[in-house]
Design a protein around this ligand. Structure first.
Ligand code: SF4
Ligand code: SF4
Length: 122
């Protein structure tokens, strides 16, 4: 198993290999239309070794609402896996979010702003 996958499993406490690609997580995700890769496909990339995760923007578009976690029939919950990957990235000093550059922040849903702020705290 690749190191990045092992770390994601260790931090999240979830097993991405239980995912059978039903797609329910993507169906309930409120921001899937803004993602470059839907949540169930990101889980597939984790199963395949996680090499592609660095180029996926979806993990940073996730607003941590955990709707996918509630609905996942296999207790995988992509949102938890994404949190783990973001934490690993932030620990390396890489921050993908700069709240100061957001335009029209007053028009952004509050939950999205709060989720963004959480992502900048490491
Ligand atoms: S809902 Fe769960 S089992 Fe279904 S695709 Fe998403 S992560 Fe996999
Ligand atoms: S936690 Fe993230 S991936 Fe899961 S439904 Fe919410 S926004 Fe989508």
């Amino acid at each position: 198993m690749k190191e990045i996958v092992r770390k994601i499993i260790s931090i999240s406490g979830r097993n991405p290999f239980l995912c059978y690609q039903c797609g329910l997580c993507s169906a309930v995700c409120p921001v899937v239309e803004y993602m470059d890769t839907p949540p169930h496909k990101v889980v597939k990339l984790i199963q395949l070794g996680g090499e592609e995760l660095k180029r996926i923007k979806s993990i940073w578009y996730c607003i941590s609402c955990m709707a996918c976690v509630d609905r996942c029939p296999r207790n995988v919950g992509p949102g938890i896996l994404f949190e783990a990957f973001r934490l690993l990235t932030l620990r390396r000093g890489i921050d993908k979010v700069d709240l100061g550059t957001l335009e029209n922040i007053d028009k952004v849903p509050t939950i999205a702003v709060v989720a963004l702020a959480r992502k900048t705290t490491g």
